[in-house]
Design a protein around this ligand. Structure first.
Ligand SMILES: O=C(O)CCC(=O)C(=O)O
Length: 312
């Protein structure tokens, strides 16, 4: 029996990290969730399965310019905010300087050398923002946050950073199955190229417009669970279902041949992943930052765990 499948093991772990669950308290009250903060939580508690984010409910071309803050953005950002409702992503060219990227890469190298940052069971280097004040400050960059907060029309908080040294080769997915909110639509990610990306070193891929597809949630690939166990939900089943859904959809895959310092911001439900690495000798240094809106319920649909969020 896999211990990670036992909900009481999660409850105990959550209890030990109670402080990091308090971010959910106000939203549990607001949405009338009558459960302890340590309990398992998933979309089955919630009545609706659709985003409530303003630019999903209304067309950004019409409503975005009506907000005074829109005028503060340069033309290149304004035009992409206008197409956010259609596209579900935007690109900020050369947003971070060469020096900033070099400094992030250096911090990662030092953390790895000191053994403070290690690969998890995949290619991911998780939570460097908790180990480096500089990387934490990048995640809190005022200009970046002003764009994210405009798009969500809510204050955002950093949930995590993930650094990759090589192309991730992750299969297509939407982050909303990993980092989920109630109401839906209130996660947003910023992906930063820390070196140039080409066809060869495993570019990020994404499907413009795919954020408009229905959110795939546990009920869609559910294999049975009990009050005490997660059941046989298999992430591979999710990936297969999502791939079949996106292949049958009109959305077309794009690859992001980013230049160092470019940023791609994606919607909570935009389908994306990592293309194959064609040249294994090449690195593809990048960092993705996942943010939540501050005042929503934040959790992980697949594992039914409330998110642990460190106070900023
Ligand atoms: O960087 C990549 O190749 C993919 C990253 C990704 O899919 C994610 O962070 O959700």
């Amino acid at each position: 029996m896999n211990l990670k499948n036992l909900k009481p093991v999660h409850w105990l772990y959550n209890l030990m990290h109670y402080k990091s669950l308090r971010h959910n308290l106000a939203a549990y009250r607001k949405y009338n969730i009558r459960k302890p903060l340590i309990a398992s939580i998933s979309s089955k508690e919630f009545p609706d399965k659709e985003s409530k984010a303003w630019l999903d409910l209304e067309n950004s071309r019409i409503v975005a310019p009506l907000k005074p803050a829109f005028a503060n953005f340069p033309d290149s950002i304004q035009s992409q905010i206008l197409s956010w409702s259609e596209d579900g992503y935007l690109v900020l060219e050369k947003f971070f300087s060469e020096d900033t990227c070099a400094r992030i890469n250096e911090e990662i190298d030092v953390l790895m050398k000191k053994g403070k940052l290690k690969y998890n069971d995949t290619h991911k280097l998780m939570f460097a923002n908790r180990k480096s004040a500089f990387i934490k400050s990048i995640a809190k960059d005022d200009q970046l946050k002003s764009i994210l907060e405009f798009i969500l029309d809510k204050e955002v908080v950093t949930f995590q950073t993930i650094n990759f040294m090589k192309g991730s080769e992750l299969r297509a997915h939407s982050d909303s199955v990993h980092m989920t909110t109630f109401p839906l639509g209130y996660m947003i990610a910023a992906w930063i190229a820390l070196e140039d990306v080409t066809r060869e070193n495993g570019p990020l891929f994404y499907y413009p417009g795919s954020h408009k597809m229905p959110y795939l949630l546990n009920k869609d690939f559910y294999k049975g669970e009990s009050g005490l166990t997660l059941g046989k939900k298999n992430y591979k089943d999710y990936e297969a279902l999502l791939e079949a859904t996106i292949e049958a959809s009109p959305f077309e895959q794009k690859e992001f041949y980013a230049k160092k310092g470019d940023v791609l911001i994606w919607h909570a439900n935009l389908v994306h992943g990592g293309s194959p690495v064609l040249n294994e000798n090449l690195t593809r240094k990048s960092m993705v930052i996942h943010y939540y809106a501050a005042d929503v319920i934040k959790y992980h649909e697949i594992t039914e765990r409330p998110s642990l969020l460190e106070e900023e």
